[in-house]
Design a protein around this ligand. Structure first.
Ligand code: ASP
Ligand code: MG
Length: 457
């Protein structure tokens, strides 16, 4: 019986996990310790995508451009230095680095989104080749698989949307049959449109790539290896008493990914839920320390599971007397937002006002802000627009929140010292959200964690 008909594990390694040679070696050990891990998805080495994004920016002068190219090359060469000397490998990486240089030059004349995506894809292309070499150095006959052969997307360069049906079809024909005999290393973050042009899924998109591949290959498990040992009750850098969570449901994890915890790209959960694929999140630096399992069914569903924070929020306050006893105002507003590809997180309404929060970091791969002047002008046609910045969204994540007496009182009592700019609860069983000033965010999270999780109030 073939190995993958029993079990198939997809392992994704984030940028810090493949930052350098020693980190890659840790990952190689993780891969090789599990015979069911047949497909490895990698991010670009830590920092590389940021450097590439800078290369795409219009303001970068020649001197800086050369410096950026050098920095990116250096990260690759420092890994190559630890690998057996191979002309073939050097030629492969050099040709990608040359291509990068040519693309960055062509952007000076023509700021094409398509060229930017081609440029951004170099990070993952390099890391996949290098990680494959590390596996080979450990005696594995693995191969690089070009994700663009299967990760079919639309034409929206910078924030491309995957086509799930095409990805399924392509994975089943181009990738699955070979997985029994060969381990493959592929790139996260990148895809290709129907014409084969390179696209990217947006910053942090490698998790999503891995989940889409897991879905299309009917994998049993998706492992997301990063630099933290799983999901915690809050960010341990904010609250020293944050505790690791052993097991969490998809619904809670989806809220966490959306409302803060940068540990998982928000879209990652969806493909896993669709196919009921269990997801493991752990640290490649300490694979033996337990990590978090995300599953449909969990043994324990506490009211308070975690507190997450998402900074850099913008509050859009829309005011119009037309709203008074009228219909269609929200439809018009949301149609404008949708045309500009903006998704709204929180919303509260009064008779003549609507307040919406938007994620300022909700930008495309090359960092272009979505809340632009054109959209604001469009909204101003039918209402007054006020924009507030420097806000943070704090989410209390758990179970049965709207049906548990006393939650609001406990949260608001705990935060009596802080101004709560907006709050939202009741829509989801799994979260209650409050909007606070950015400057209060850390203290709000610490206070809530102390009062709701440490039982010391
Ligand atoms: N390398 C890409 C980024 O930094 C994708 C990823 O790491 O998930 O955004
Ligand atoms: Mg990343």
């Amino acid at each position: 019986m073939s190995i993958i008909s029993k079990k198939l594990v997809i392992a994704k390694f984030g940028g810090t996990s493949v930052a350098d040679y020693p980190s890659m070696l840790n990952c190689a050990r993780i891969v090789l310790s599990n015979p069911f891990t047949r497909l490895v998805v990698v991010s670009a080495s830590s920092g590389v995508t940021n450097l590439l994004v800078e290369l795409t920016q219009a303001h970068v002068n020649d001197e800086r451009r050369v410096q950026l190219l050098k920095n990116i090359a250096q990260i690759q060469y420092s890994i190559i230095d630890n690998l057996p000397q191979s002309q073939h490998l050097l030629a492969l990486i050099d040709s990608l680095l040359n291509h990068m240089s040519v693309l960055s030059e062509s952007l000076i004349l023509n700021r094409s989104k398509e060229v930017m995506d081609e440029l951004l894809s170099i990070g993952e292309q390099c890391s996949s080749i290098l990680f494959n070499e590390v596996l080979k150095q450990q005696g594995e006959y693995s191969q690089v698989f070009d994700a663009r052969k299967v990760m079919r997307t639309n034409d929206q360069f910078g924030a491309a949307e995957p086509d799930i049906n095409d990805i399924f079809r392509l994975c089943q024909s181009e990738l699955l049959p070979s997985l029994n005999n060969t381990r493959f290393v592929t790139q996260g973050f990148i895809g290709a449109n129907e014409q084969g042009r390179t696209t990217t899924l947006g910053r942090g998109g490698s998790d999503y790539s891995a989940a889409l591949l897991a879905e299309a290959l009917n994998a049993t498990t998706l492992e997301i290896w990063t630099d933290v040992a799983g999901i915690y009750t809050t960010d341990p850098r904010l609250a020293a008493n944050a505790k690791p969570i052993k097991e969490i449901s998809f619904s809670e994890a989806a809220e966490m990914a959306t409302f803060g915890a940068k540990i998982l790209h928000p879209a990652t959960i969806l493909p896993a839920v669709r196919k009921n694929i269990e997801v493991f999140v752990g640290s490649s630096k300490q694979p033996e320390s337990s990590g978090t399992w995300i599953r449909t069914q969990v043994n324990n569903a506490p009211v308070y599971r975690a507190v997450a924070v998402r900074r850099d929020q913008t509050l859009l306050n829309l005011h119009s007397l037309k709203m008074l006893h009228a219909q269609g105002f929200l439809a018009e507003t949301f149609a404008s937002l949708a045309r500009h590809k903006i998704s709204v997180d929180l919303i509260t309404t009064s008779e003549v006002n609507v307040a919406l929060t938007l994620d300022k970091t909700g930008s495309d791969s090359s960092g272009q802000q979505l809340l632009n002047d054109a959209l604001i002008q469009e909204l101003e046609h039918h209402c007054n627009v006020k924009i507030e910045d420097s806000l943070a969204l704090v989410a209390i994540i758990g179970n049965n929140i709207p049906n548990t007496t006393g939650v609001c009182q406990q949260v608001f009592d705990s935060l009596s010292e802080f101004n709560i700019r907006m709050s939202s609860q009741g829509a989801s069983q799994h979260n209650m959200c409050i909007l606070v000033a950015e400057k209060d965010a850390a203290a709000v999270v610490q206070t809530l964690h102390r009062d709701l999780f440490e039982g010391l109030s």
